[in-house]
Ligand binder design. Structure first.
Ligand SMILES: [Zn+2]
Length: 424
């Protein structure tokens, strides 16, 4: 398997280069810092490598990132830098990950975040977020190992070397979209948050993207078992799906309602218990909301920043359309709180809250977001990783759906055709 590196704006494609250890690379030369890939792995049809360990260490004034692989193969890679925030991105075709995402508190000085996982079928991505500009000093791959060395640089030098390679952004339609399950009058889109390169919250080895997918599968099974619901999952595997794509998929599946599932952390206080979110009355409120900013920020980080998506006109349309769907969203949210409170316990103050998450802004589909619990709470972590709890919680949500569906106004949604290329 060939390894090596290449520099140049022309190198927006994977290309075969000679087998050689990477040397120091000229900073500011081009957007693509390093690349090495045999053509065979490009379609990502098979997994060529398994990453078993990811290590990030402080080295002098810089950082050293090291991946360990299960086999004696040198991984193919492509490395590039991006600004706002400063980050180094490494793409690996045909690579799977066994290593667990690190706890953000365990990161060394200089690193602001480290995430990795499947970005789209056949392509994995690692994103190292920096709290100061650093340049790639050396990158090399050899049998069973990939190493990246970073050293401090100036903002100007970093910016000059940063930029997206042509095909590096997430493209709609490259993913395999899950199928609708079950039969029934109402189609529920379950939307497990995060996935792939975006792990969501990570505390003590408990990873949000896994917890919410597990829960979504449990809830889907229970909803389908009633024979009253068709169920669609916006993702049914550990893969990255941008927020706007989730909404697009749900609408394309004819969803009458979207239920997003999360289990985030709180940085202040010690909140615990389930809470339910719907859109606020005024979207100005939403824009100011810190939670919403955090949530929407992840797409920009990983490469799904779809320009022009939230322009002024879109905002007006959303405003108009939401007047009809907000009522249904809120009725379901209240129904969920009513069912969860006696069985499981909900957030003590205001269990039903309003927030401007982008995934809640489906113009013609009522949307509710459930924070199943907070990974920052030890009690919630215990619950969320506990199968009997998940079964009971899913059961309570099925009852909430039943209560809501019994009085849902006819024509509360009209599933519509989705225009090609519209991000939702
Ligand atoms: Zn989340």
């Amino acid at each position: 398997m060939g390894i090596g590196y290449g520099i140049g704006r022309s190198a927006g494609i994977w290309r075969r280069v000679s087998r050689a250890a990477g040397r120091a690379l000229a900073a500011g030369a081009a957007c693509l810092v390093a690349i090495a890939s045999p053509a065979a792995a490009q379609d990502g049809s098979e997994t060529a490598a398994l990453v078993t360990d990811v290590e990030l260490e402080r080295k002098g004034q810089g950082l050293r990132l090291r991946l360990t692989l299960a086999d004696d193969v040198a991984p193919d890679y492509r490395v590039f830098a991006l600004t706002d925030p400063w980050r180094i991105v490494a793409d690996f075709p045909g690579t799977a990950w066994e290593a667990a995402p690190p706890d953000p508190d365990d990161l060394p000085d200089g690193a602001a975040g480290l995430r990795f996982g499947l970005f789209r079928p056949g392509l994995s991505r690692l994103v190292l977020e920096l709290d100061r500009p650093m340049r790639v000093e050396r990158v090399w791959a050899d049998e069973g190992r990939f190493t990246l060395r970073l050293s401090p640089t100036t903002e100007e030098v970093f910016a000059a070397s940063a930029g997206w390679p042509e095909d590096a952004r997430w493209l709609p339609g490259v993913d395999i979209v899950p199928e609708v399950r079950g039969v029934g009058r109402i189609t529920v889109a379950l939307d497990p948050g995060h996935g792939g390169v975006d792990p969501g919250a990570v505390v003590d080895g408990v990873v949000e993207k896994r917890i919410v997918l597990q829960f979504a599968e449990e809830l889907a099974a229970q909803l389908v078992a009633t024979g009253r619901y068709r169920v669609f999952l916006t993702r049914d595997s550990d893969i990255f799906v941008p927020l706007s794509e989730r909404v697009r998929r749900a609408r394309a599946a004819g969803a009458n309602i979207i239920l997003s599932l999360h289990a985030d952390v709180v940085t202040e206080g010690n909140a615990q218990g389930t809470s339910v979110y719907t859109l606020p009355e005024k979207s100005a409120e939403a824009a100011a909301d810190r939670l919403a900013v955090e949530q929407n920020r992840v797409d920009v980080l990983y490469g799904a920043d779809l320009a022009g998506e939230e322009d002024a006109l879109a905002h007006v349309l959303i405003e108009l359309a939401q007047r009809g769907t907000l009522i249904e969203s809120r009725r379901l949210a209240d129904s969920i709180v009513a069912e969860l409170a006696p069985t499981l316990g909900v957030l003590r103050t205001r269990p039903h809250r309003t927030v401007g998450f982008r995934v809640l802004k489906a113009p013609d589909t009522p949307s509710v977001l459930v924070e199943l619990g907070y990974l920052s709470s030890e009690i919630d972590r215990f619950k969320l990783t506990n199968a009997p709890w998940r079964e009971r919680a899913a059961g309570a949500l099925v009852r909430a759906f039943d209560a809501w569906a019994a009085t849902a106004r006819p024509g509360f949604t009209a599933p519509r055709e989705v225009k090609d290329g519209q991000g939702g």
